[in-house]
Design a protein around this ligand. Structure first.
Ligand code: PMT
Length: 398
C-alpha cells in the first residue's frame, strides 16, 4: 500500500456502531504513510471519541462547522481543498440522505459540497434500513448526480442481531481500496518528460536572474503521472523539494541546460509537459569574475532564451505537448494564443496574479484548453489538479 504515502485522506465518520472500527482504519492508513484528517458528525462521537482518533491520526479531529478555534487552525474550505481523497466510513442512512439532497448542515456535508476531491462512501446500517426504498433511491440519485464510489456494504451478522447486507467493509479492505485509488494506470507504457521550477541565468559567478517558481506544480504532476503508470523524467530547476517516488530527476540551472537535457530525453518521450517558469531572457555576457560595485548605475544586456516547449513541438515527430500559460489578465485568450503559436496539443492556463495560487503556493486554479474544449477547475491542491491534467491527457491519447 505504498501508494498511500503522503496522500491526504479526509476520513468522515458518521453515527453508527461500525464507527468503532475506524480506529483500526486510521491506524492502517497512517502506518502506510497517509496523512489523515478525521471529521466526525455528532452521531459518530457517541460511538468513538475524537481523542482516540486524534491520537491515532496525529491530527486534531474536526467536528464543528462553526468552531472559531478549529477554523483558525484549518478552516473548512481549506480542509476541503486539502484532501486528495474523501472517504466516509461508516456512512449512515441519514448522512447519505443529506449528501444526496445537497445539504450543508454540518461540517462533513459542507466539506463534501466544497471539495472536488474524489469521494467514496462505505455504507453501514441495519439490513432493513439498507433495503428501504428511500435509501436505495438516495444511492441511485447520488450516483446519477456525481462521480461517487460506494464501497460495500458487506453481508452477515449485524450488531443488532439481524443478518443481511449492511455491515461496513472491514478496515483492511477499505485501506486496500483507498490505496487502489492511487494506482490507476491510465498512462501505463508511456514516458513523460516534465520540466519544473525556475531557471537561473548567470550574471557573474555569484549573481543570477530568476523567478519565484517553487517547482511544486511540476513535481505534483510528476507524482500524478508516476501514479498513473507512466515512466517519468523530471527536469528540475534549482528547487528544494524531494523527488517523488520512482521519478527520474535531472537538475539543471539555466534555460539552455534545460533545453539540452530535454532534447536528450526526447527520443524516448511520448508526452512533454512544460511546467517550468523558464527565464525568457539571459544576460548576453556572463562575467568570469564577480562584478565590482564601483559604479552608481550599470546595465545588463539581455538576449532571448531558446523556447524549450516550442522547440520540442517543432520536432519532426513531436511528443504530445502540454504547455502552461502563466497569465495575469485575459487568461483564456492569451493561453489560446500560446496553444496556437507554440503548436501545442494542450495548454494549462493559470492566473498568477493572486498570492494564493500559481507561483510558490500549494494550491492552484487552472483552465485546461485544447483544440476542442476548455475545462475549468477551481482552487485545489496542485496534486489534485495534476490528477485532473493527467486524466485529460490520457483521454486525449486514448
Ligand atoms: O513552480 P510553482 O511555484 O509550483 O508555480 C507553478 C507555475 C506558476 C510556475 C506553473 O503553473 C506555470 O504556469 N508554469 C509556466 C510559467 C511560464 O513560464 O509561463 P509562460 O506563459 O511564460 O510560458 C508558456 C509555456 O512556455 C510554459 O509551458 C513554459 O514552460 C514554456 N516556456 C517558456 C519560455 C521558454 N523560454 N521556454 C519554454 O518552454
Amino acid at each position: 500500500m505504498q501508494r498511500l504515502t503522503n496522500k491526504r485522506i479526509l476520513l468522515g465518520i458518521t453515527g453508527g456502531i461500525a464507527a468503532y472500527k475506524t480506529a483500526e482504519l486510521v491506524r492502517a492508513l497512517v502506518t502506510n504513510g497517509a496523512d489523515v484528517r478525521v471529521v466526525m458528525t455528532d452521531g459518530a462521537k457517541e460511538f468513538i471519541t475524537p481523542l482516540t482518533l486524534q491520537a491515532l491520526s496525529g491530527n486534531p479531529v474536526h467536528h464543528s462547522l462553526l468552531d472559531p478555534e478549529a477554523e483558525a487552525g484549518m478552516g473548512h474550505i481549506e480542509l476541503a481543498k486539502w484532501a486528495d481523497f474523501i472517504l466516509i466510513a461508516p456512512a449512515s442512512a441519514n448522512f447519505i440522505a443529506r449528501l444526496t439532497s445537497g445539504m450543508g448542515n454540518d461540517l462533513l456535508t459542507t466539506l463534501c459540497l466544497a471539495s472536488i476531491a474524489p469521494l467514496a462512501i462505505a455504507p453501514a446500517m441495519n439490513q432493513a434500513m439498507w433495503a428501504d426504498a428511500s435509501t436505495q433511491h438516495n444511492l441511485q440519485t447520488l450516483q446519477d448526480l456525481k462521480p461517487i464510489q460506494i464501497w460495500g456494504p458487506d453481508q452477515g451478522q449485524q450488531a443488532c442481531g439481524d443478518v443481511g447486507p449492511g455491515r461496513m467493509l472491514e478496515p483492511t479492505e477499505l485501506a486496500r481500496r483507498l490505496s487502489e485509488q492511487f494506482e490507476r494506470n491510465i498512462l501505463s507504457g508511456k514516458t513523460i518528460t516534465i520540466t519544473a521550477g525556475p531557471t537561473r541565468e548567470a550574471i557573474d559567478p555569484v549573481r543570477y536572474i530568476s523567478n519565484h517558481s517553487s517547482g511544486k506544480m511540476g513535481f505534483a504532476l510528476a507524482k500524478a503521472a508516476q501514479e498513473a503508470g507512466a515512466k517519468v523524467n523530471l527536469v528540475a530547476g534549482p528547487v528544494h523539494i524531494p523527488t517523488p517516488e520512482r521519478v527520474h530527476r535531472t537538475n539543471i540551472e539555466s534555460a539552455q541546460d534545460m533545453l539540452d537535457t530535454v532534447l536528450t530525453l526526447l527520443p524516448q518521450t511520448d508526452i512533454f509537459i512544460g511546467a517550468a517558469a523558464v527565464a525568457d531572457y539571459r544576460p548576453a555576457d556572463v562575467c568570469d569574475q564577480k562584478i565590482k560595485k564601483n559604479q552608481d548605475e550599470m546595465q545588463i544586456r539581455l538576449v532571448k532564451n531558446p523556447d524549450i516547449i516550442a522547440t520540442v513541438a517543432a520536432q519532426d515527430n513531436p511528443p504530445f505537448c502540454v504547455g502552461f500559460a502563466a497569465e495575469t489578465q485575459d487568461v483564456i485568450s492569451y493561453a489560446k494564443g500560446k496553444l496556437e503559436k507554440k503548436k501545442l496539443n494542450m495548454v494549462i492556463a493559470n492566473d498568477v496574479s493572486s498570492q494564493h495560487i500559481g507561483f510558490n503556493t500549494d494550491d492552484n486554479a487552472i483552465i485546461i484548453i485544447d483544440h476542442e474544449s476548455t475545462t475549468e477547475y477551481g482552487q485545489a491542491s496542485k496534486y489534485v489538479l495534476s490528477q485532473k491534467i493527467i486524466e485529460h491527457i490520457a483521454k486525449k491519447l486514448s
